[in-house]
Design a protein around this ligand. Structure first.
Ligand code: GDP
Length: 424
């Protein structure tokens, strides 16, 4: 078994959590390489239903080592809340099955404040942030103005470093936003509360991964969100503030030399999107409400109703290319079972010209979908686990998408449970 990255092809919420949960049985190590607690994976297994935000989805498998890599926004407070929640449902978390990179930078309380303050300042031009502090966190990381988790192991150094950053950060809070500033005592109290909780899990995970690689262990790289939210290749500025694409997996994990043998791209059988930004296939009104209800499309973190529409071949093909996907998991096919005709966005029309290419962000807002229809199957497919048992119209839909996006569909998911999957 080689190494594998599981990534989103679209706007996120494609069902990566269920795929990582399914595939972790074949891997020794699962690493989250970017993002923070701003989105969520939903995993349903024999222990219950879990909304994971920061914890890697391999946490439910005995013997799997789960790592939060250096590319992650390390929010100790939310991680601790999530750890307690998972532990209360019978999942054991120890420094043997959960490790936090000493090089992961800490998301601090003022990052959340600044996220809310900036969204409020932007008012009707807001980005639709989840206000978890992700954008201010990554800005500070690149400005070298936050601290690393490993500093929790050196308290005196950490305190002096935080005092320097605090002086600078208070200038922004006070002079730019007229907001509450922090004292060193306040921030140290927060560190004593939450930093102390995660300290036992902090270690040199890069060294661990290099050793694991040398011993031939298999590693699964887990991404948050999807290709269209990638900071460099997505729908900027409505992207996230980190790189979601598989090419970043090694860098954000602590194993820049990682060889990735397979990239499993997760695509939903229709489109969904949370927050602001261009979404050319968006449906409104009753049609949207019906699909949203059928797919239970409400944010795992925020509960916000997701924007929905038919599958977008243009955006999906672009996502497949950006991720260099080698295999696709098509999820939630069962959700389309109520449609007698299934709409597919096959091209865009931009300024009166039809195109197959995903346009530059400025043009995405004026892109209009060109829709074609495929036959529906109009029956429950949620119990089906063999390709040959799928209704012919459902097979045709999968084959159509496969051909249109240019990548093999190796998994078809027909329900949220671990075994509601068809392997092709
Ligand atoms: P992620 O962030 O990419 O993991 O996606 P989410 O967890 O936010 O969204 C996926 C949601 O769809 C979760 O509630 C899953 O339990 C559910 N889900 C995943 N695959 C399927 C499927 O094939 N059919 C149905 N009906 N639900 C699914």
């Amino acid at each position: 078994m080689g190494n594998c990255a599981i990534v989103g092809i679209n706007w996120g919420d494609e069902g990566k959590g269920r795929m990582v949960d399914l595939l972790t049985q074949d891997y020794d190590v699962v690493v989250r390489y970017q993002g923070g607690g701003n989105a969520g994976h939903t995993v349903v297994n024999e222990l219950g239903k879990f909304a994971l935000h920061l914890l890697p989805s391999g946490i439910f498998r005995k013997g799997v080592v789960n790592i939060l890599g250096n590319g992650v926004a390390m929010d100790c407070e939310n991680l601790w809340i999530e750890m307690q929640d998972v532990m209360s449902q019978g999942v054991e978390l120890t420094p043997e099955n959960l490790m936090i990179s000493d090089r992961a930078s800490l998301l601090l309380p003022w990052h959340r404040d600044l996220d809310s303050l900036e969204e409020a300042r932007l008012a009707d031009k807001k980005y639709g942030s989840t206000k978890q502090g992700i954008a201010p966190f990554y800005s500070d990381k690149y400005q070298k103005k936050t601290v690393m988790a490993g500093e929790l192991l050196y308290p005196e150094y950490l305190k002096a470093h935080l005092a320097d950053i605090l002086e600078w950060k208070n200038l922004t809070l006070d002079r730019v936003y007229g907001a509450k500033t922090y004292t060193l005592d306040e921030i140290m109290a927060w560190i004593d509360d939450f930093g102390a909780k995660i300290r036992p899990y902090v270690r040199d995970t890069g060294a661990f991964l290099r050793k694991a690689q040398a011993e031939g262990k298999s590693i699964l790289f887990e991404a948050q969100l999807g290709a269209l939210r990638d900071l460099d290749y997505g729908i900027y500025p409505y992207t996230t503030s980190s790189n979601t694409i598989a090419a970043f997996a090694g860098v954000g994990s602590g194993l820049p030399s990682a060889r990735i043998d397979e990239v499993v791209g997760v695509v939903k059988a229709y489109s969904s999107c949370v927050g602001e930004g261009p979404f050319p296939c968006e449906w409104f009104g009753e049609e949207a409400e019906k699909l949203r209800e059928a797919g239970a499309e409400y944010g795992a973190k925020t509960g916000r109703p997701r924007r929905v529409g038919p599958i977008d071949i243009v955006a999906t093909r672009y996502g497949v290319q950006m991720q260099s996907a080698t295999n696709i998991a098509l999820t939630k096919l069962d959700v389309l079972s109520y449609m007698d005709k299934i709409p597919v966005c096959v091209r865009y029309e931009v300024n009166g010209v039809e195109t197959d290419e995903f346009p530059f962000p400025t043009l995405q807002n004026i892109a209009k979908p060109v829709i074609e229809y495929l036959d529906g199957w109009m029956c429950d497919i949620s119990g089906i686990t063999e390709w040959d048992k799928l209704p012919e119209a459902a097979q045709r839909y999968v084959e159509y998408v496969e051909q249109a996006i240019g990548c093999h569909i190796g998994y078809v998911s027909v329900g949220p449970e671990r075994d509601s999957i068809i392997l092709r």
